[in-house]
Design a protein around this ligand. Structure first.
Ligand SMILES: Nc1ncnc2c1ncn2[C@@H]1O[C@H](COP(=O)(O)OP(=O)(O)OP(=O)(O)O)[C@@H](O)[C@H]1O
Length: 673
């Protein structure tokens, strides 16, 4: 009903007892819709409800399918799929009734003791109750949003951007029309030598209206920019998260960092430039109409068209220079980041007189590209408006020589000045727009990557079903190549069955493909051919996220990370966050089993100690046990450990192996014993 899902909508049946978040997410996911559980405080609830978009709201009696909301109430769908309206207060009370139950009896006692007169008691009761539970969290609301990777045009139109764009265009055109009309009115009177006070009054009124319309156009343009920028940012962020991990690694962090800065350029320069260019084009069209009616007539219109074409060609040249400059800038940023990462090695190993050779050459190329771009950029900024003024006045010469009257001359001059203003706007906005277009080429990959949504899986499979056999992972004829079709296969015809309770040791020569197999089994790489099943289901059926949550993997040390945050967060990433007290207790037990007890006791904040780059620096062995604990705590069907014991002394390693054997439901260990 809200146009969120376009594909077939499965019939979900009844929601489960207890927390329905996984159920809602699974069904929303398979429709290509994002569902997000949100929470707000009692005090914020009224405002939050009034601004609800499409969402699911759980009340005691069942669920509300909300389409939209406003001050007057929630617009909901009935089970017969017809719209209906419910007052905000009714929903608010339904969501908060359980909070007010207990304090209500106290409040009634206080009111009685204070002998509040009955006519004031009801209001006093409401106010007191609201104060008492103001900070209590309210949940049971799931926002539904279209996937940020779905058709961008549809996203724009859902947000009302297309409608607002049309309003902006109409406002810009009316402002120009009002301006022209005002000057025509006063000009006509002046030329006839008969300016009546009424005409002057009309001129003032028209000019004031033009001013108000301009303010309105600026406001609409600003809102338009904010809306498009927000959608673009969401889309790029989504694209960044959906980039193929192997492709990210192949491109390097420097290039990705450069992409981030380019995205900023697209947002700021591109959107502002586009609006400016639209206004300039409308201005040019109106100037052409004025010029056609003036002394220069057809000649002036032809000159205007020719000059516009010349400006467009200059713009194309600028775009080419800008692209070359952007390429050099990219190369410098990316090279710089790579050099920062390897700085210690370089200082220790490379002769000092060679340290800066590459940077110097790159800077030289950058300098040359910047000079080229600046030259054309200066021309683009100044030539269009000034050149047009000269050309426009030249176009008047035949008419002046032909002895044309003052009226048409004044109209033509007005047209020339209007076109000059349009070219001045066009020059600034075109520069910004073309710069954004060049930046766009670098980030288009992020934009399109958002479309590559992982299979969400079939809800029944994602939500879990009783196991019918003990087989956890099954690989049949699995092959894998890193470079698509071209590369040599790293895995070839791989067969493997891992059942519940199995403990499997994977050995082999270095570079033999053990980590690659682990990545395929844990759902990080899709096999090039062959079949991998988890509890009898393939990855399409189960969905990437559900697969990864059911196969916990601790990759090799250089591929695993301690994230800046608390130790508890790093341990419990595979569970719900914020962590429940039971989860925290279990995390502590696992840590102590892995020999991290003394560390926990030494840390001033225990599980809440901040670790990572900016926090407590864990030793090599402590980090590898944190990775082990993280994998064991994930509540998965299988655990894959890739050389996780290599950094431990023999005694600690034995202790850890014992803990792993005790907790892992099915286990693959890659090691060189
Ligand atoms: N992104 C990649 N592109 C191309 N080849 C790759 C890529 N990543 C790994 N390889 C190659 O794939 C092969 C298998 O690597 P893998 O890391 O799976 O081996 P391994 O058995 O775990 O080795 P080790 O015991 O040394 O850790 C290696 O020859 C490696 O160079």
């Amino acid at each position: 009903a809200c146009g969120l899902a376009t594909g077939a909508v499965p019939s979900p049946g009844a929601p489960p007892e207890g927390d329905p978040t996984a159920w809602i997410e699974a069904y929303a996911g398979c429709m290509g819709v994002e569902a997000e559980a949100v929470q707000c405080s009692f005090a914020e609830l009224g405002g939050a409800l009034a601004s609800l978009g499409p969402s699911i709201v759980r009340v005691e009696q069942g669920y509300l399918a909300v389409m939209s909301a406003g001050r007057r109430g929630l617009s909901v769908l009935t089970p017969a799929l017809t719209p209906a309206r419910i007052p905000l207060e009714t929903v608010r009370r339904a969501l908060t009734a359980h909070l007010e139950d207990r304090p209500a009896s106290h409040v009634d006692k206080w009111l009685a003791a204070a002998q509040v007169p009955p006519r004031r008691a009801a209001r006093a009761r409401d106010e007191l109750l609201a104060q008492l539970v103001a900070d209590r969290p309210i949940d049971g609301v799931w926002l539904l949003r279209p996937d940020p990777g779905s058709s961008f045009r549809r996203l724009l139109s859902r947000r009302g951007v297309l409608r607002r764009g049309a309003i902006f265009l109409a406002a810009a055109a009316s402002q120009i029309a009002l301006g022209v009309f005002a000057w025509w009115l006063i000009g006509a009177g002046a030329l006839e030598g008969d300016v009546q006070p009424g005409w002057l009054f009309a001129w003032v009124l028209l000019s004031l209206s033009a001013l108000f319309v301009q303010l309105f156009a600026s406001f609409t343009g600003g809102m338009l920019t904010i809306d498009v920028a927000a959608l673009l940012k969401q889309r790029l962020l989504c694209g960044a998260l959906r980039l193929d991990p192997a492709a990210i690694r192949a491109r390097g962090s420097g290039e990705l960092l450069a992409m981030v800065s380019e995205s900023e350029a697209v947002e700021t320069a591109g959107l502002g430039g586009a609006l400016g260019a639209i206004v300039a084009l409308v201005q040019l069209a109106s100037a052409a109409a004025v010029l056609a009616a003036g002394a220069g007539g057809g000649l002036h219109v032809a000159l205007l068209l020719g000059w516009t074409l010349a400006v467009a060609l200059l713009g194309r040249r600028f775009a080419r220079e800008r692209a070359a400059w952007t390429g050099e800038r990219f190369a410098i940023t990316s090279g710089f980041v790579e050099h920062v990462v390897g700085h210690r090695t370089r200082v220790a190993q490379q002769a000092s007189h060679l340290h800066h050779l590459e940077e110097d050459a790159a800077l030289e190329r950058y300098h040359r590209a910047a000079r080229g771009m600046d030259g054309v950029g200066d021309l683009l900024a100044s030539l269009p408006a000034r050149g047009w003024l000269a050309l426009g006045l030249l176009g008047l010469v035949p008419a002046v020589l032909g002895g044309v009257g003052a009226g048409p001359l004044v109209v033509a001059t007005g047209g020339i000045l209007q076109a000059q203003a349009a070219f001045a706007t066009l020059a600034t906005s075109l520069g910004a727009l073309l710069s954004a277009a060049v930046s766009w080429r670098s980030i288009a990959r992020l934009f399109t990557a958002a479309e590559g949504r992982e299979p969400a899986g079939i809800p029944q499979a994602v939500l879990g079903r009783p196991a019918t056999s003990d087989v956890v992972i099954e690989a049949r004829g699995v092959s894998f190549r890193y470079d698509g079709e071209r590369g040599e296969p790293v895995l070839r015809g791989c067969e493997l069955v891992l059942s519940k309770g199995d403990r499997l040791l994977l050995e082999g020569r270095s570079g033999g493909g053990k980590s690659t197999l682990a990545a395929v089994l844990s759902g990080l790489h899709a096999p090039s051919s062959g079949l991998v099943l988890l509890r009898g289901l393939d990855r399409r059926t189960l969905g990437g996220a559900a697969w990864r949550s059911r196969v916990a993997s601790a990759p090799q040390f250089h591929d695993n990370h301690v994230l800046s945050g608390t130790l508890a967060f790093n341990l419990l990433m595979g569970r719900a966050w914020p962590a429940s007290p039971e989860d925290r207790r279990e995390a502590e037990v696992v840590c102590r089993k892995l020999g991290l007890g003394p560390l926990l006791d030494r840390m001033p904040s225990g599980l809440d100690q901040v670790v990572g780059e900016t926090g407590w620096q864990l030793s090599h062995g402590e980090r590898s046990r944190l990775f082990l604990a993280r994998a064991l705590l994930q509540r998965s069907d299988a655990v894959i450990l890739d050389e996780s014991f290599g950094a431990l002394d023999p005694l600690t390693a034995r202790e850890c192996v014992g803990a792993v054997l005790e907790r892992a439901p099915a286990l693959i260990v890659i090691a060189h014993p």
